[in-house]
Design a protein around this ligand. Structure first.
Ligand SMILES: Nc1nc2c(ncn2[C@@H]2O[C@H](COP(=O)(O)OP(=O)(O)OP(=O)(O)O)[C@@H](O)[C@H]2O)c(=O)[nH]1
Ligand SMILES: [Mg+2]
Length: 433
């Protein structure tokens, strides 16, 4: 794999821990995913070590003897850093760093690092930097070299040499003061962004809102492209999308929906990130329908689905109407174990099987979205003075006219409308009853 970084590629030793209650295959799968994450963070992976343990060591996480073994291995393979798949406490990180004399990172740090690299918009940059600093704060004991060196990252950007020492202040106190100040600044900026986003969402409440959710790399953006023709970024890498994009999609000539593509999920999403990205996820939280995009060709698609479900629980949208969209069916061969899912999905209203890549199944998916969209509509009987031509033509645009008749003055119409439009007509007291 080639990487276009000027900095020479750094190398890492990966360590996973299999604890009681967590089956070994799950720890292995998670460690494989950590390798993919490290690769996305442009690190070279030298070794992967999986260790079974009965308990977590409070000082070194893995026990002193094992920590020393890891140190020796890291030295012999000349690794720049050791990355733990499990989250380490700030104290464990410090102790391991002292013992091994290598940089120690954990899963959260790597995910934060990838987010920092991929954040292109101001909003994403603010959100990531805030998450990084909140993560960094309790770990602020020495130069945080890996995170600070990133291009585009910038958590610690501009903080290295800055700061005039106040009377009696140690360097650590200065650093903490600076970080705290920066966190406050970012939080204020994020609050401003969030309220702007809320305002622009409010102007769109008339439409049926559909949000794409799913594990990272499931194909959400590819589906967004296929349905809306928008040129959102599609990449075979984790966390390609870090913002949210909303586009109008015509499901049929009478029904337009607003489709939102957003950031993907992953197991053990660092909670600082989750908190920071709340504003971006707000579109998802307010959607009328969720399309849960699943990469059916992934060997562990079922665990990915569980992870997504638990993130949706955390967001408080577990009861939201959801369509499960099995994607990448072009990769599924006949007789594959999961082929049954594809066939079963065909007849079910809350499932669809597609290939966002080839376009297979998209027509059926749209039909199923249309049904949901129509369920969300109401039928109203209205009486509108014939002289009000403008109102009549508005009505034709907003809804579907089911019946119409005229008397001397008024038009009598039975129309099907979205709930939001219907409410307006009711407020204007045009309804008949
Ligand atoms: N074979 C195949 N590949 C697909 C399909 N849909 C998406 N992909 C590929 O899967 C990879 C990830 O696609 P994206 O659309 O970027 O995935 P995403 O869910 O938006 O990922 P994040 O933004 O990282 O959360 C890309 O390489 C796509 O080309 C599909 O139906 N078939
Ligand atoms: Mg995407």
């Amino acid at each position: 794999m080639t990487h276009s970084t000027e900095v020479p590629q750094e190398s890492a030793l990966l360590v996973g821990l299999s604890l009681p209650g967590v089956p070994t295959w799950e720890a292995e799968e998670s460690l494989d995913e950590l390798a993919r994450l490290a690769d996305t963070a442009t690190l070279a992976i030298l070794e992967k070590v999986l260790q079974n343990r009965r308990r977590i060591d409070p000082t070194y996480y893995v026990g002193k003897g094992k920590a020393e073994e890891l140190r020796d291995l890291a030295i012999s393979c000349d690794a720049d850093m050791i990355i733990f798949d499990n989250d380490l406490s700030p104290a464990q990180m410090r102790n391991l760093e002292k013992l091994t004399d290598k940089r120690i990172l954990d899963r959260s740090a790597i995910i934060l690092d990838i987010f920092a690299r991929h954040a292109k918009t101001r909003t994403a940059q603010v959100q990531v930097e805030l998450a990084q600093l909140n993560y960094l704060m309790p770990r602020l004991t020495r130069q945080w070299s890996h995170l600070s060196r990133q291009a585009g990252g910038g958590a610690i950007r501009g903080m290295g040499a800055a700061g005039v020492r106040g009377p009696g202040e140690t360097q650590l106190e200065i650093d903490r003061r600076l970080v705290r100040g920066r966190i406050g600044q970012l939080q204020r900026e994020l609050d401003r962004i969030a309220s702007q986003m809320a305002t622009s969402r409010k102007s769109r409440v008339d439409s049926f809102r559909v949000a794409l959710v799913g594990y990272t790399n499931a194909g959400k953006s590819t589906l967004m492209r296929a349905l809306s023709g928008s040129d959102v970024l599609v990449q075979d890498r984790l966390f390609a999308t870090l913002g949210s994009t909303t586009r109008a999609v015509e499901v049929d000539p009478r029904h337009k929906i607003l489709l939102t593509d957003t950031v993907g999920f992953i197991r053990r999403l660092p909670h600082h990130l989750f908190a920071s990205f709340r504003a971006t996820l707000e579109e998802t939280i307010e959607a009328d329908l969720l399309l849960h995009v699943v990469d059916l060709s992934h060997p562990h698609y079922d665990h990915q689905m569980e992870t997504v479900q638990s993130v949706l629980n955390d967001l408080g949208v577990e009861d939201r109407p959801t369509l499960t969209v099995f994607n990448k069916i072009d990769q599924i061969g006949e007789g594959d174990e999961v082929e049954g899912h594809v066939r079963a999905a065909m007849g079910q209203p809350d499932r669809a099987a597609i290939s966002a890549h080839t376009g297979a199944g998209l027509d059926v998916l749209l039909e199923k979205i249309l049904v949901r969209c129509q369920e969300h509509e109401v039928t109203l009987d209205l009486r509108i003075p014939q002289a009000e031509g403008r109102l009549l033509s508005q009505l034709h645009e907003q809804g579907e006219i089911l019946e119409q008749s005229y008397d001397a003055e008024d038009a009598h119409l039975r129309v099907r409308l979205s709930r939001a439009w219907a409410q307006r007509w009711e407020l204007e007291r045009f309804e008949l009853n």
